[in-house]
Design a protein around this ligand. Structure first.
Ligand code: GSH
Length: 286
């Protein structure tokens, strides 16, 4: 219980720091104009792990653009085992398979975009993923600003999204500046403030889990501490899940569907202080 309380406090502090220095300026700003329709429903798979600041950066972008992605968690087996794949890893081998065609060392995040059913686009590197997501799924004006920001490296995107009125324009400009690189500081703080080793290496080292394919859907936002604690558990347990981005006001929740001996069980937990321990305990039992 004490551990849970400590975890929940540090998750809130980490979220506060990450948002203050990383993402708050663009959290809840519409990445797409209200009337903007996407031609195809995005089909995105993200190989990531919770504690990586580069992965946080990509999940933040998914939240901003309100995209849904299938997440294949790829924690390390020790803090020093960069790029390693071994028998403990459930999805690292799969990610390494994607990297083979690229001739690059295994790094996370990695995005596979199969939208439209054509050939899969395999995209490593957090900034390249941000560029891709904004270009494909953001409002063109905002995408241009992000592109200019990332290309110049100094964060000065000139053109700003026209549908965002008043002070929000300033916030988006700040956001675009931060996207250049400073956002990473916030995402690093997010990791440092949920310290590795002290609170059982949240979202870094794998724990043993079943090889089953439960159907798990998490509705949340990168900025939500309850979603963070749940994502950490899913990551350590290497359970694949579908991450649905939604605004903070709607409240996070998780649904879990497992089938055992032909009997299906469907559970749904709204995520809050009272329900979170039960949701995590349930995941551990899968
Ligand atoms: N420049 C890359 C850096 C990615 C990176 O270094 N990721 C680290 C995690 S923070 C990683 O995957 N290390 C290998 C490993 O964990 O096995 C990016 O922006 O995506």
């Amino acid at each position: 219980m004490l551990h849970f309380e400590m975890s929940s406090v540090s998750a809130r502090i980490a979220t506060g720091a990450q948002q203050r220095f990383g993402g708050s300026v663009y959290t809840n700003l519409p990445g797409r104009a209200p009337d903007q329709q996407l031609t195809n429903e995005p089909v995105l798979t993200l190989y990531d792990y919770e504690a990586s600041p580069y992965c946080r950066r990509v999940r933040q972008c998914l939240s901003d653009l309100q995209l849904t992605a299938r997440v294949r968690p790829c924690p390390r087996s020790t803090l020093l085992s960069e790029g390693e794949v071994n028998a403990k890893h459930r999805f690292r081998g799969e990610a390494a398979g994607h990297y083979e065609s690229l001739g690059l060392p295994l790094r996370f995040p990695l995005l596979v975009d199969q939208t439209g059913g054509g050939e899969a686009r395999i995209i490593p590197e957090s900034k390249a993923i941000l560029r891709h997501l904004w270009r494909e799924y953001g409002h063109p004006e905002a995408a241009a600003a992000v592109e200019a920001s990332l290309a110049s490296g100094d964060g000065r995107g000139e053109r700003l999204a026209p549908w965002i009125p008043g002070s929000r324009t300033t916030r988006l400009r700040n956001a675009v500046h931060l996207l250049a690189d400073a956002d990473l500081l916030g995402h690093m703080l997010g990791t440092v403030l949920r310290p590795v080793g002290v609170f059982l290496a949240p979202g870094v080292l794998p724990a043993s889990s079943s090889q089953g394919e439960p159907e798990i859907h998490l509705w949340g936002h990168e900025a939500c501490p309850w979603s963070r604690l749940l994502r950490e558990a899913l990551c350590r347990l290497q359970l694949p899940y579908t991450l649905h981005s939604q605004g903070l006001e709607e409240g996070p929740r998780i649904t879990i569907r497992t089938v055992e001996d032909m009997v299906a069980s469907n559970l749904s937990f709204p995520l809050n202080r009272a329900t979170l321990p039960a949701a995590i305990t349930h995941l551990k039992g899968i």
